[in-house]
Write a protein that binds this ligand. Structure first.
Ligand code: AFP
Length: 340
């Protein structure tokens, strides 16, 4: 007996999804789509290397420190160069900036320059690499704002609310590409048997509330009193509010935020007495993730204001981050403002 599927099977590749997205913008030239396509190709190349970690000589550190004072690992360097080389010759970018490089990354003169700007964190959570824990790449896209021949800092130092797209790639048990161009947040899982990213998480919406919190509580003693009160509140038993919450902390921001996006809850990286602005980078980590989480119905603040409204002063500036379910962000904000 043959059985007919009750509804036709729909396989949506990332490529087709990007093109369908382009059709929502009459007059689109395809340049923006080409950028997303380039990034998805870079993801596969980085994944190829990450998935061999442990077998070939890609684990461990280089002898360099990056601008943030972190030791550069071999895979950091590989991911950084792979993304740059994949994107530099497409003709759609005018400039790039990467968490691993102190200065702007200009497009070589031999290649045409375009109207878009790319910021990226090539390998977030890289201190987890050697333990085979999920890591990721994060990217953020802007439109060029300067008119001079050579693009400059103003093109890159734009507030997060000017992003025209953002996404991340997760190198975990499977390879995932999650992106948003202002029309919902969509997740694609790589199917190695066909070599394609296939739509697996359509229109992700973050639950309005959650019962998981994620923070490095080793820093508790250096937090301000509002943050300490909040951390204690999360652990107090209280049935009506679902407390105590569960604690989960991977230590790869991109993976912690991905879990928060799917399950709901709260991720916090506050400033403390030693590092008043925390550890995370506004341009490469906080802005793209805030854009995605907000587009999925959640929120992201730095304790004083919405992350996306912060006007950046420098390429590598750090900022506290409180990101997650809309209701949970309101609660933490009340603690930080001393209202609880
Ligand atoms: P790396 O990419 O240098 O490993 O930075 C990772 C990170 O910025 C973020 O992904 C983690 O959530 C955070 O640092 C972990 O840092 P702590 O050790 O302070 O919790």
């Amino acid at each position: 007996m043959t059985t007919q599927p009750s509804s036709p099977l729909k396989f949506m590749t990332l490529e087709r999804h990007i093109i369908e997205g382009e059709h929502l913008h009459p007059g689109a030239t395809g340049q923006y789509s080409a950028l997303l396509h380039g990034l998805s190709l870079a993801a596969k190349l980085v994944w190829r290397e990450v998935s061999k970690a442990g077998l070939v000589n890609v684990l461990g550190t280089t002898d360099r420190m990056n601008i943030s004072g972190d030791v550069v690992r071999k895979l950091d360097e590989f991911a950084d160069q792979t993304i740059y080389r994949m994107m530099d010759h497409l003709g759609h970018l005018c400039v790039m900036a990467s968490e691993e490089n102190e200065d702007l990354l200009h497009i070589p003169e031999a290649y045409p320059s375009g109207k878009y700007v790319l910021l990226y964190d090539p390998l977030d959570g890289s201190s987890n690499i050697d333990a085979n824990v999920t890591i990721g790449s994060i990217f953020s896209l802007y439109q060029r704002v300067t008119a001079e021949k050579k693009p400059g800092l103003p093109d890159v130092l734009q507030p997060g609310n000017r992003q025209i797209g953002a996404g991340y790639i997760l190198y975990g048990p499977s390879l995932m590409f999650v992106y948003c161009t202002g029309h919902g947040v969509h997740g694609f899982t790589f199917d190695p048997s066909v070599g394609e990213f296939l739509l697996s998480h359509e229109n992700i919406r973050i639950p309005a509330r959650g019962s998981i919190y994620s923070m490095n509580e080793g820093n508790y003693g250096r937090w301000n009193s509002g943050m300490q009160r909040y951390a204690r509140w999360l652990k107090e038993p209280d049935e009506p509010t679902g407390r105590p919450y569960s604690s989960r902390y991977i230590g790869s921001l991109v993976a912690d935020v991905h879990r928060t996006l799917l399950y709901g809850g709260m991720y916090c990286y506050p400033g403390d007495s030693k590092h008043p602005d925390g550890k995370l980078r506004l341009m490469y980590e906080n802005n793209p993730l805030a854009y995605i989480v907000e587009q999925a119905g959640g929120g992201a603040i730095n304790g004083r204001q919405r992350i996306l409204d912060v006007v950046p002063n420098s390429l590598h500036e750090r900022s506290p981050l409180f990101i997650g379910s809309a209701e949970e962000v309101k609660i933490v904000q009340e603690f930080l403002e001393g209202k609880r």
